[in-house]
Design a binder for this molecule. Structure first.
Ligand code: PRT
Ligand code: ZN
Length: 210
């Protein structure tokens, strides 16, 4: 049987928990920081360490059979992949936030306003669903400083504790989507005994945590 490939985040918020869940499945591998691929020594599996943004497309295109990534990233790139299992970590919410002193009080108040975000696809869809015409300004990071710089009237960004919003004088205003890390698979994945075994191990690790 062909060696399976699973893509996980190389470094960042999901890396540690992704490695942990695989190790808890009894898989032995080196958690290389410098190389892209690590071979599992006691299971026919290779681990690809990637930027999280690249994971949905790698799995969609079959370069990796499986992947662990945040739902927000999958939705943003519109990846056509199979959702196999929610993993219970990396939980966060994509929210629209406005300055504490903003005069906006409801969604319709965003009409004609500028919103800074790293999630233009998800935000555009949300605005459309709510019949609001706003200007979406796409920036790749530090979205929270947008209003302070006069770049935008609101932001749309990932929130977990809310601390970042608070320290930038912003308040959450509307919830756009909830997200957590999920195990995804290529749509054409063959459910052979290795895949089934791996899925069973992951599910039993999750059950043991409940
Ligand atoms: O380098 P690479 O591209 O792989 O990583 P990245 O920098 O794009 O992503 P990373 O590691 O920051 O986040 C990976 C995933 O973790 C995200 O796609 C989410 O699914 C999930 N996640 C969970 C979060 C957060 N919580 C989170 N708090 N992603 C980002 N944040 C940021 C947020 O953008 C904001 O700047 O943390 C800040 C807000 O946090 P609080 O606690 O102050 O609210
Ligand atoms: Zn990223």
């Amino acid at each position: 049987m062909k060696t399976l490939k699973i893509a996980i985040q190389k470094s960042g918020r999901l890396n540690e928990k992704s490695v942990e869940i695989l190790k808890n499945c009894g898989l032995s591998f080196e958690n290389y920081k410098s190389s892209l691929i690590s071979t599992v020594t006691n299971f026919p599996l290779e681990i690809l360490f990637l930027r999280d943004d690249d994971i949905p497309e790698y799995v969609q295109d079959g370069i990796a059979d499986l992947g662990i990534v945040g739902e927000n990233v999958i939705t943003e790139v519109n990846a056509d992949v199979e959702y196999l299992q929610k993993l219970g970590f990396g939980k966060c919410t994509l929210k629209i936030a406005i300055p504490n002193d903003s005069e906006i009080t409801d969604i319709s108040g965003l009409e004609g306003k500028a919103i800074a975000t790293s999630y233009p696809v998800i935000l555009e869809k949300y605005l459309q669903d709510n019949n609001v015409n706003a200007v979406v300004r796409t920036i790749s990071g530090s979205v929270e400083i947008g209003p302070g710089l006069g770049l935008s009237d609101a932001i749309c960004d990932i929130v977990s504790t809310g601390g970042t919003l608070k320290s930038n004088g912003l308040k959450p205003f509307a919830e756009v989507m909830k997200s957590e890390a999920v195990l995804i698979g290529n749509k054409g994945i063959e459910l052979n005994e290795d895949v089934i075994e791996l899925l069973q191990r992951i599910r039993s690790v999750l059950r043991a945590k409940e």
